[in-house]
Design a protein around this ligand. Sequence first.
Ligand code: APR
Ligand code: PHB
Length: 389
Amino acid sequence: MRTQVAIIGGGPSGLLLGQLLATRGIDCIILDRQSRDHVLGRIRAGVLERGFTDLLEEAGVADRMKREGFVHDGALISYGEEAFRIDFKALTGHAVTVYGQTEVTRDLYEARDRIAGQTIHDAEDVVIHDADSNAPFVTFKVGDQSLRIECDVVAGCDGFHGVSRTTIPADRRQAFEKVYPFGWLGVLSRTPPVNHELVYASSDRGFALCSMRNTNLSRYYIQCDLSDRPEDWTDAAFWQELKRRIPAAQAANLVTGPSIEKSIAPLRSFVSEPMRWGRLFLCGDAAHIVPPTGAKGLNTAASDVHYLFEGLTQFFATGQTTGIDSYSARALARVWKAERFSWWFSSLMHRFPDQSAFDLRMQQAEIAFLRSHESAQRAMAENYVGLPY
Ligand code: APR
Ligand code: PHB
C-alpha cells in the first residue's frame, strides 16, 4: 500500500488530522490496534476549547456538536462552602462547548466513512521504519497477514502507550514528567447534572468535579488515593463523599443514581521533546499528557493537529518545509502553556498527602486571590477557553 500520510492511531488526534488532510486532497491511511467499537467505548473528558470547535468546523464535522453540545459561559469554583463563578464570556469574549470526546470521535469516524477514508483496525505489531529518511514506511499485521505502507510522512497519533514516541531514538528525545500522588475516581450516571455549568470543588476532604454529557447524563469525579480501586467504592459511598466535598447548596440539588461507569485514572504531567524526528511527527497523547483538571488533553491534541495540518498542507502543495520544520517548536510552545495551566489548577484544587500547613495557606490565599481579583480570573479564563493557536 502507498499513501502520503500514514497516521498511527485512530483516536481524536489521528481522525481529526485525517479529516483535515482530506479537505486538501491529501491522502492518508489510519491504523489503529483496536477495533472501532473499542475506541468508541472509551469514556473521556468533554470540554472543547473554541479552537477545537473551529477545527471541527473546518473539517466539516461540527454539525452534531453544534446541535447537541452545551455552550458554557462560565464555571463554578468552590472552596468548602464558598463558591464563585468564573465568567469566561465576560472576561474573554469566549465560551467552551461541553460535548463528550466519545461523541467527537464518533462524528469523526462517521465523517471518515463518508469520504471512504481508509482506516485499518486491529493492526498489530506496528513498526515505523526509516522515519529519518525521505521514504519512511510502516509495517504491521492484521491477523496472519503482514502488511506494509509506503508513505511520505508518518503522523504518530497513537497515544501515550503507542510506538511512535519511542521510535525516536532515546538519545534524541527528552522526557519531562510529574506524577501526582492521587487519582480521580470517575462515575457516569443517567441523572440530571447538579448544576448547569461545571463545578470544580476543593475541600478539606479533597477535590471533586461535577460535569455532564447531556441533560440526563452526568459525570462526577472525586480525588482518591492511588491505592483505591473502583470496586472499593459502592455507589452510595461515592455519592456520600461527593456531597461532602461540594457546597451544601449544590449537594442539596444532587440527583444520585446507579453508576453506569466507574473508573479510576492516575494524574500525570508529561512532555516528550521534540515532537518530530525526520518525517515522523507526534500529535496529542503520543507526545504529552496533562492531569485532567483543566480539560486540556483533547484540546492540546487539537492544537498539535492544527500546526501539523498547516505544515503538511504547505509541504504537499509546494514542497516547502518551513511549516513542518517549525512544527515541533510551535506545538511545544502551546503544549507547555497547557501543561502549566493544568499543573497550576491541579496544584490549587487538590489536597496533597504531604502538604504542610504553610502549603495549605498558600492554596487558600491563591483561591482568595482568584475569588477577589478580576485579573486573576481573566488569566484563568483565557487558559480555560483556550489560548490562541
Ligand atoms: N498501533 C496502532 N494504534 C495504536 C497503537 C499502536 N501501537 N498504540 C495505540 N494506538 C491507538 C489506540 O488504540 C488509540 O485509539 O492510538 C489511539 C490513540 O488515541 P488516544 O489515546 O485517544 O490519543 P489522542 O488521539 O492523542 O487523543 C488525546 O484522548 O486519551 C485521551 O485524554 C486524552 O483527551 C485526550 C485525547
Ligand atoms: C469531564 O466532563 O469528563 C471533564 C470535564 C472537565 C474536566 C475534566 C473532565 O476538567
